[in-house]
Design a protein around this ligand. Structure first.
Ligand code: THG
Length: 369
């Protein structure tokens, strides 16, 4: 089955007209909004281009949950096990959000805009409703909205040169996971060195959707000198790079320790948040599974639209949730939760992909080398 029934529930973005003109080959839906799925003739061509040049991505689906008011910092801290008290204005923090059992609700990028104003740049779940529920339940003095903010990512090794040519050399001074402000047509716009690839780049959080086509066109024109193409988060690059996708590799069924987010969790009693006791118990007992890479043989695998068992002999030790052929490693690469006892890199496994084949492989660290 292919194709989406477009409706008002599936929101277009300020860039969707441009994306369609640029020849998008399909969409996914994230946060009830369109996310381009592919442009080039193949995902492999997009992959090589992203690694060598620069791409413009419509990532408006990275919606902002804006939390403002006297209790804004307290509410954000209540939602995450990461200590945010040392965040400064101008910082981006990658923060797990968990429920009372330690189950993951989202893994947004938090931007601290002011002492009493935060954006949570969310993955695919309704964080706004969860935040509202917490705030209402605790009687917190905050205003929670989804502002008209529409991120566009410029990713790839030539992103910095391109953006410096457009917005000036101060772009070069923005460090990883920091943001600054640029002028676009007399408006103040936020730009961060971040993005959902390992090839380097920036994200512009455009305030004011009516400016979307003009911003796209400006980047596109300046990008001609840098061999720009339209793109989108690339599955090969994401899997190789060990970037995780909420709803695919992890859900509320997983805790932060299982996905390598232990480093973001403060489990002593110095901060308080929903799920702290649960995390303390999990930390004490250790986890029974962790996210890993799986490299496997047998020629390009099909699309992973349901979980593929990962076996050691007759024992199922995991399920691959995303997988694709890597033209660089010349093997299939996937991501999977893997049970304790089998998760050491080098462990041989078999992968049972949905078209019925059994493929030989082994566990790998993430990111893939
Ligand atoms: N950018 C922005 N919003 C987003 C994403 C993004 N929202 C949805 C989704 N992606 C959230 N998930 C991630 C996953 C990984 C990273 C960011 C958001 C990421 N992690 C770095 C890493 O793992 O090395 C940095 C971690 C750190 O410095 O702590 O980039 O991509 N705006």
């Amino acid at each position: 089955m292919d194709g989406l029934n477009m409706s008002r529930r599936i929101r277009r973005t300020p860039y969707t007209d441009r994306v369609e003109e640029a020849g998008v080959r399909g969409f996914s839906v994230v946060n009830h909004m369109l996310l381009p799925k592919a442009f080039g003739p193949t995902v492999e061509e997009d992959y090589w281009h992203l690694r060598e040049h620069v791409q413009i991505w419509d990532v408006s689906v990275q919606r902002q949950v804006q939390i403002m008011g006297p209790d804004a910092a307290a509410l954000v801290q209540w939602m995450t096990p990461r200590n945010i008290s040392n965040a400064e204005i101008g910082d981006c923090f990658y923060i797990p959000i968990i429920d009372d059992k330690g189950g993951l609700i989202n893994d947004p990028v938090m931007l601290k805009l002011a002492e009493d104003e935060f954006w949570l740049s969310i993955a695919d779940s309704d964080v706004l409703l969860y935040a509202m529920g917490l705030a209402l339940g605790r009687g917190m003095d905050v205003e929670i909205t989804e502002p008209d903010v529409n991120p566009v990512a410029i990713q790839g090794p030539k992103a910095e040169d391109l953006l410096a040519s457009l917005f000036g050399k101060k772009i070069r001074d923005i460090r990883f996971f920091k943001y600054d402000w640029i002028d676009f047509k007399g408006t103040r716009q936020l730009i961060a060195r971040s993005g959902y690839s390992r090839q380097g780049g920036f994200e512009i959080y455009l305030r004011g959707g009516h400016l979307g086509p003009a911003l796209w066109d400006s980047i596109w024109e300046a990008g001609q000198a840098f061999n720009i193409t339209p793109g989108c988060p690339n599955l090969i690059e994401r899997i190789e790079g060990g970037l995780l996708s909420y709803g695919n590799e992890f859900t509320r069924d997983n805790n932060p320790f299982e996905i390598g987010h232990g480093k973001y969790c403060t489990i002593d009693n110095s901060i308080n948040y929903v799920g702290r006791e649960a995390l303390q118990t999990i930390a004490l007992n250790g986890v029974s599974r962790e996210i890993r890479g799986v490299a496997f043989d047998g020629g390009p695998c099909p699309t992973c639209s349901k979980a593929w068992p990962v076996m050691v002999g007759k024992t199922q030790v995991g399920s691959i949730t995303s997988a694709i052929w890597s033209p660089r490693l010349k093997r299939n690469v996937g991501q999977s939760m893997i049970n304790r006892g089998f998760w050491d890199p080098g462990q041989t496994v078999t992968v049972h992909s949905q078209e019925g084949s059994v493929r030989l492989g082994e566990i790998s660290a993430l990111p893939f080398a």
